[in-house]
Design a protein around this ligand. Structure first.
Ligand code: FES
Ligand code: FES
Length: 163
């Protein structure tokens, strides 16, 4: 018999309560219990980055974290990036620079890039490359992803009040 735990997690700014199996992955809680299927599962062992979400602002692999470990924490998923109908500048840049093909890796890239640019608005190209290297893509070849994130960085710096 598996143990159940009660959790209260802030997800995209809203408090969400749930009861989870003690061994449930945070990725499964987000996708299956909350219906936030923008977070993807690829390798399920911390390598591909498709499942990346922000945990108290920091990018983290939701396939390596239990729902129970997220109790009381603040989670942001890709669904929390846009403001109503207005896309986040990083999302807009992905669209403009064709930075995705199948899209399986995209939420991981978006979350990783947003976390970096919020923490480090002046991130250098090398720093952006280094950060993006934590997410694997089997379609795009990475160049358009890099171009998009650098364009978003420049726009966010130009328009400090973009949100
Ligand atoms: S699914 Fe989590 S790192 Fe690949
Ligand atoms: S766009 Fe297909 S895996 Fe990255």
């Amino acid at each position: 018999l598996s143990e159940r735990v009660n959790v209260e997690i802030t997800v995209n700014g809203e408090p969400r309560r749930g009861e989870a199996d003690a061994r449930q992955l945070l990725a499964d809680f987000l996708r299956d219990d909350l219906g936030l299927t923008g977070t993807h599962l690829g390798c399920e062992h911390g390598v591909c980055g498709a499942c990346t979400v922000r945990v108290n602002g920091q990018p983290a692999r939701s396939c390596l974290m239990l729902t129970a470990q997220a109790d009381g924490l603040d989670i942001q998923t890709v669904e929390g990036l846009a403001s109503g109908a207005e896309l986040h500048p990083v999302q807009e840049a992905f669209n403009e620079f064709h930075a995705l093909q199948c899209g399986y890796c995209t939420s991981g890239f978006l979350i990783t890039a947003v976390a970096l640019l919020e923490a480090k608005p002046d991130a250098s190209e090398d720093e952006v490359r280094e950060e993006l290297s934590s997410v694997l893509c089997r379609c795009t070849g990475y160049q358009n992803v890099l171009t998009a994130v650098l364009a978003a960085r420049d726009r966010m710096k130009r328009e400090e009040n973009w949100r």
